[in-house]
Design a binder for this molecule. Sequence first.
Ligand code: EPU
Length: 417
Amino acid sequence: MDKIIVEGGKRLTGDVKISGAKNAALPILVSALLTDGWNTFSNVPELMDIESTKKLLSTLGARVNAENGTVRIDSGGLNSHEAPYDLVRKMRASILVLGPLLARLKKARVSLPGGCAIGARPINLHLKGLASLGAKIDLKHGYVEASADRLVGSDIYLDIPTVTGTENLMMAAALAEGKTILRNAACEPEVVALADVLNRMGADIQDAGTAMMTIRGVPSLSPVSTAIIPDRIEAGTLMTAAALTRGKVNISGCEPNHLQAVIHKLRLAGALIDIDASSIRVSGPEEIASVDLKTQVYPGFPTDMQAQFMVLMSVAGGLSVISETIFENRFMHVSELKRMGADITVSGNTALIKGMPALSGAPVMASDLRASASLVLAGLVAKGSTEINRVYHLDRGYEALDQKLTGLGAVIKRVQV
Ligand code: EPU
């Protein structure tokens, strides 16, 4: 198990290129289950979660090969409808195979994902939506067992605009008979990216990216060759790192439109930000200003950037209030940041952060993916060295973050323990 040691105090400068988006790649790789023949996906990041997805697809009978960020998948040999516990427990997003398996094989047996560090994360809305498309659903022995003679389009209202729930239902409805309306659908760019891929496969999905999308089922879909969109959370993390270290960083290969909420908040914190079609230049302020924020569904401020922004506020000039409205337990990084000297008080879903002149390096423990990133960022501005344990969380979702930061002048080393 690796750990990362960060020596604080360096300003980040230079250029860094953004990788493909984890949360777009996961459903898009899974969407290959809906076709026979070879799909080719490029700009796929090399991450543990991508490895888990490839393993899951192979377990289901798909042929998968990968080279230099390009993953090819042929689901012609799809011969299993079961996503076993051992794979699902490593990656909750495995639940994304439920909709496609039902659509292709009319049955699926998928281990129920448990809770995780950031909250209970139920899948009731995935199941309710699939039931409304005609699936019979049982929960037995820790598994979701779903079957359907046929899937028939339906009018579905999601109580919460769940991201993977919307994706699961889009994939099932793409091959259902007739029209499905998804109301209160998630509008995240990753949902739009999946809809684009499905439409290129021959699906008929309209108004993805709005709260009400329409999916007209088609009898079959065909394989595609396409690239994964850039990772907006990786870009936001590096933008925050630049601001935090009072650095000057050019972030290329990104999609600025997906980052407007983060850009807005970083500007309020004092960062100077220039935007081109696919790059963002961030110059950090000498004095970071305190900014309040509330996480929201897209286009609001992403929950996946909350922990990183909290680090910025920990060294800002005053008081800020951060409210987490998406997940009930996404403040696991707070106790670790406090061990580094941050002054943060949590009450319910709100954190009150009193900016300090500096943080101090300490051994800390990563609890989930974005919390790990926040600890790396904290290490960049801490006095002395910060040792981050359990970095496998980071490797699940950031492609070579330590190397990218090193390329910008950070002093980071990875140690095998
Ligand atoms: N929810 C329900 N019932 C459901 C589904 C969701 O109550 O059936 C609740 C959740 O418990 C949560 C809220 O709805 O409180 C939103 O959850 P959502 O389903 O939108 O999250 P997700 O689809 O499981 C994806 C990303 C997360 C990201 C969230 C929110 C993927 C693979 N994961 O999760 O990414 O935080 O949307 O934007 O796309 C990460 O990358 O670190 C990460 C956690």
